[in-house]
Write a protein that binds this ligand. Structure first.
Ligand code: NAP
Length: 281
């Protein structure tokens, strides 16, 4: 199959490496010449250019630009496409993306790989990034079932666990397990920066170990991605943030009044609930 990838960064580049290894011909498009050169050198793509017209023969095109660039990219791509070309994206938000792109190109399948690292750009692309992780497709009533099946086969072949849901449910679910954690982790790091005693601040940095590494990881990632989550999933994210603030207020109250049994009950409830979110652990 001829597969186009627009946006040869962490996700687009990693898809290119894995799909090329599956025997597909990969045609890459990115914004900068340097990215295109590196992509070919690294085996991300067989050919790469800055011209969307180079994708006119592609059977499937993965749109892997930042979410804010998707609409313009599709509008510029459409004059070059054959009617049978399947477009799919990898954006972390689905409601606004699907409602914008599907009317422009009905043969569009919304998608989101639940994989990533804290790095970005083509140099960050790695093999097997998607292995064992969920990859969710968000078809709507007008999405051609055969196209959903084609994308499903491609992402399953690179080791992803395939799921389907509607775009709105996707956005509410990822607000809980992906977008809210980024905001919490960011707030944690920002709160630590508020320590005013330089000796304590230096000591905290010297003592930080696995606990801080785990809890701060997603707050130390790509700033552009965090902003996109908030901007494009504003309503679902706000609901989770308000719920989180309410839980935090409850814990503050328990600590202030010394309700240690109630606090222990909270810890016990969360200890038993956590594995349900992380089924393999
Ligand atoms: P990234 O590493 O920054 O890659 C994005 C790439 O898009 C950049 O390398 C840039 O290429 C290219 N680009 C930007 N504007 C473009 C344009 N107008 N035309 C063509 N190429 C353009 O970001 P990423 O982490 O891969 O994220 C890409 C998408 O994946 C986003 O929609 C995000 O929501 C989604 N996603 C990310 C993660 C994650 O954890 N990172 C996980 C799941 C989904 P140049 O180098 O040529 O400038």
């Amino acid at each position: 199959m001829q597969i186009g990838i627009v946006g040869l960064g962490l996700i687009g580049g990693s898809l290119g490496l894995d799909l090329k290894a599956q025997g597909h011909e990969i045609l890459g498009v990115s914004r900068r010449d340097r990215t295109c050169t590196v992509a070919v050198e690294r085996g991300v793509a067989d050919r790469a250019s800055t011209e969307l017209s180079s994708l006119s023969e592609a059977d499937v095109i993965f749109l892997c630009t930042p979410i804010g660039q998707l609409q313009t990219t599709v509008e510029q791509l459409i004059p070059h496409l054959q009617p049978s070309t399947i477009l799919t994206d990898v954006g972390s938000v689905k409601g606004s993306v699907v409602s914008t792109i599907a009317p422009l190109w009905p043969n569009f399948v919304g998608g989101h790989p639940m994989s990533g690292t804290h790095e970005n750009g083509v140099d960050a692309a790695v093999r097997d990034l998607f292995v064992g992780n969920p990859y969710v497709l968000t078809p709507i009533d007008s999405t051609p079932p055969a196209s959903v099946e084609t994308i499903g086969h491609l992402v399953t072949a690179i080791g992803s666990k395939l799921l389907h849901c509607d775009p709105e449910s996707h956005d509410r679910a990822v607000a809980w397990i992906s977008h809210l954690p980024v905001m919490i982790s960011t707030s944690l790091i920002a709160a630590c920066l508020a320590e005013t005693d330089p000796a304590v601040f230096d000591l905290a940095q010297a003592l930080a170990s696995t606990g801080f590494r785990d809890t701060s990881r997603v707050g130390g990632g790509n700033p552009e991605l965090g902003r996109m989550m908030a901007e494009y999933n504003q309503s679902a994210l706000l609901q989770t943030l308000h719920q989180y603030r309410s839980k935090l207020d409850q814990i503050i109250g328990q600590v202030e009044t010394g309700e240690w049994s109630a606090l222990t009950e909270t810890f016990e409830a969360t200890r038993s609930a956590r594995p349900k979110f992380l089924k393999e652990s």
